[in-house]
Design a protein around this ligand. Sequence first.
Ligand code: AN7
Length: 351
Amino acid sequence: MKWQGVLHKYFDYLPLEDRDNIVSLTEGNTPLIRAKNVEDVLEDDLEVYLKFEGANPTGSFKDRGMTVAVSKAVENGDRAVICASTGNTSASAAAFAAKSGLEAIVLIPEGKIAFGKLSQAMMHGANVIQVEGNFDEALELVLELSDNYPVTLVNSLNPNRIEGQKTASFEVSDFLGDAPDYHMLPVGNAGNITAYWKGYKEYYDSGVTSKLPKMTGFQAAGAAPIVDGARVENPETVATAIRIGNPASWEKAENARDESGGLIDKASDEELIEAYKVLAGKEGVFCEPASAASVAGLLKLDGTGYFEDGSTVTCTLTGHGLKDPDIAIESSEQPETVGANVDEVLGVAGL
Ligand code: AN7
């Protein structure tokens, strides 16, 4: 059957009442890419896959949850949605709201979201409000507003978001023929690790898969409240998507970690950028810096005894590299400029 988005594909696992209410951009069905060149540099003997969520319609995994949250809002007769965002949630909410005819209000930390994401929210016609504060403060504001005014919260505290996002784990298992042994992903507000774990458990409980992966999350070192065991008042990292000091799904992430026998650790900005460059330069996959946390974690845990040889490891790459061209250009070698003649081009082309 032609791919029609995650709600059509996994309708029986999702909370919508009526297919007529589906608002979809044909999200999901993203590539699961075998990462042979990463495998080759590892000490451990692993089969590594990249779940490239940058291939979703707005360029991040958020579309999976947003199709369910916005479809549900339509089903409930809501008029407006609201979110706080480090960028990708606002881009996705704005796009799905545009498609559905709902109004979207998005609160973003001023100056701290990647330009690609800001351009999306603006182009899709959201009411974009920049807050003089960080994501955590913006989230507190939208919680208060959605409690007191006729506007529906579409952050991952809305359970419909988690429901939609769990479909990524279904796709991984459908593709591999079983669940992987380890699933690695970045952790910010911790909704996604919660969603994947829910999805893996549902497939296991339905008998579709025969095992459960060890859930392995990575935070940015400057924004690692779960790892450090305390709220971070002023989170800082190059990976603005996960610049979050007080994750909404903190306990659920700890449950996913503990129930699965996995771990949540942190990677420095240098380690994130290194993994980001390895992915782009050796695998041909361009993700955003926060997304590279999954592979930074893989590189960090390689050779430590955490992975059992012969295992399958899936790393989620949550968003597209084009979201944040500034970081890409800053962290790359700068191009040479030459005159428009063959001799000068030959001088630098290395032929
Ligand atoms: C690329 O858009 O929180 O642990 O407001 O954009 O589920 O929060 C984004 C989070 C990882 C972390 N990778 O996921 C937002 C927002 C990318 C992201 C995360 C985000 P969660």
